[in-house]
Structures are given as structure tokens and as C-alpha cells.
Design a protein around this ligand. Sequence first.
Ligand SMILES: NC(=O)c1ccc[n+]([C@@H]2O[C@H](COP(=O)([O-])OP(=O)(O)OC[C@H]3O[C@@H](n4cnc5c(N)ncnc54)[C@H](OP(=O)(O)O)[C@@H]3O)[C@@H](O)[C@H]2O)c1
Length: 290
Amino acid sequence: MKIVILGAGGRLGAALLREYREEHDIACFNHAQLDLASLDDVRGKLGAMNFEVLINAAGFTNVDACETERDRAFLINAEAPGVLAEICNAKDAKLIHFSTDYVFDGEKRAPYTEEDEANPISVYGESKLIGEKNLLAAGDHHLVVRVSWVFGPDRSSFIDAIIKRAQQDEEVDAIADKFSTPTYTRDIARMLPQFLDRGVEGGILHFSNAGKCSWQEYAQWALDCCCDAGIPLKATTVGAVTLRDISSWVARRPVYSVLSTVKYRELTGTAPRAWREAVADYITRFYSKK
Ligand SMILES: NC(=O)c1ccc[n+]([C@@H]2O[C@H](COP(=O)([O-])OP(=O)(O)OC[C@H]3O[C@@H](n4cnc5c(N)ncnc54)[C@H](OP(=O)(O)O)[C@@H]3O)[C@@H](O)[C@H]2O)c1
């Protein structure tokens, strides 16, 4: 299958590229090669190519920077996905686009389903939600995959920052009153091929690893896995801080954003593995060797 991947320099895009390049005919772009803020360039470059699937893993993902660069956030996260969908329509190609648990306000206390009303509380969430709507308005066979707390080896995320801190400092802490589910890029890359065919389910799909945790529980499990793997740490216990203790964030973030994977399970007949198993796999695979 001819696939184009956007955001190939990012955490998720790089993982997709690694997983698919053996089996598929892949072309990819990183930010320097294709800027989603230059819509004419996007139309020119992608319009000239032949492909069956376009995967957009690029986006303006700095949640705080989106607050102060609102126009840029909307151009990249909201307007560009609509343009990508139009380009795909002209080629009869399918667009697969990644979105976020941050489209929700976090007021619910049970996993968010695809039918739950989105109500973003940040510019990032708002821009991503409008991007979803623009894309699906262009064609409901296109697919929006909402994911949460993405981690993987290609770009540092929360888990890598915690391990690094625990290697350097005697004490580490993490937020204990914000909940969602970590999701491994490898697991996203492995489930996505089921949705590449144009005839297969479009619309919105939630995907995350299974279960729920706070940042503190996530961090503690990561350090526990490091200890099991014999990775030396100075700190082995993660202390608790609360959202109120965090003064550096510009954007508001949902306190609860667990995504329901019931639809995914019904469509595929498979369940995502538990987040603890995915984190343990990541640490064994990428930290034991360091
Ligand atoms: N990370 C998470 O926890 C998380 C959670 C929920 C949803 N998501 C969604 O998952 C998708 C992938 O995220 P990720 O974790 O892989 O993020 P990431 O590592 O920040 O990757 C995003 C990529 O987009 C690129 N990019 C930024 N602005 C661009 C532009 N104007 N034109 C072209 N490329 C641009 C970035 O390049 P530069 O770095 O060079 O600018 C980066 O390579 C995004 O849609 C994100 O909203 C992520």
C-alpha cells in the first residue's frame, strides 16, 4: 500500500515509519520538509503525489505554546487537517489523523466515549477539535484517532523525564490528581493497519492502552520497572504533588481524560493491552540496553 506519513520526526510519526517501512511503500515528511502552516506548499507537494493513505501525525502539540500562539495553533491543528482531507478526496485516498483526549473538559468520571460531547478547555484542545470537524466534514470515511498520554522511544515524554530525574535526584514527585491512560506508540502503530483500507470504519475512534492512572502512579510504575530491570536509580519512590502546586502551566488541562476503547474492541474483536504491560515492555526494550 502507498502511504504518506506526516510528522515523521515526531514521537508517533517516527514509530509509524519504523513499523510500516518494511511492508508498505512509504513516503514521509518531517516538519522541515513540509510545514502544515504553509497550506499552498501542502497542496503543491501532496497534490503532486500518488498515495492510498495519508497519515497525519504532525501537529502543534505544545499545549502551553498554543495559548500564546492561537492563530498558529488553529492554522496547523484546525485548518490544515481540512486541507489534507480535500487533497485525499481528490485522489480517493483515506486520511488518518491523530487527535487528543484534550478535546474533553475532564469533568466526567468514567471513560469518555466517541459519542461524548467534546468541550475543550485549552486552545490546543479547541484547535484539535475543529481540525477533527473540518476533516470529517470533507469525508466521513476519513478516520480521526484520539489518543492519550503518548510515549515511545522516538521523542522524550513524561516517562523519560521521570526516569531521568530519578537517575539524577534523590527525590522525585508527580501529579497525583490528574488521570488518563498512557499509550505506547508501538501499540498504536500495531493496531492501525486494521483501519488503513478505505472501506473500513471512518469517523472518530478512541485508542489507548487499557486502564487508568494518575501521573504519580504512572511514574511509580516506570521506576518499579526500572528497578526490576536493574537500571540504577537514585530515587525509587515518587512523591505526590497536586495540580494546585503547578504554577508553570499556561493552559488548563482536563483532570480526567480516560478514553473508552469499547468501540475499538467491538470493531476489532481485540482489546488493547494494559498500560502497565506496555510501560514494562518499553522500559525493557529501550532502557535495559542503555
Ligand atoms: N504526546 C501526547 O501525549 C499526545 C496525546 C494525545 C494526542 N496526541 C496527538 O498525537 C499526534 C502525534 O503527537 P506526538 O506525541 O508524536 O507529538 P510530537 O512528538 O510533538 O510530534 C509532532 C510532530 O509535528 C511536527 N510539527 C509541528 N508543527 C508542524 C508544522 N507546522 N508542520 C509540520 N509538522 C509540524 C513536529 O515537528 P517539530 O518538533 O520539528 O516542530 C513533530 O515532529 C498529534 O496529533 C497529537 O496532537 C499526542
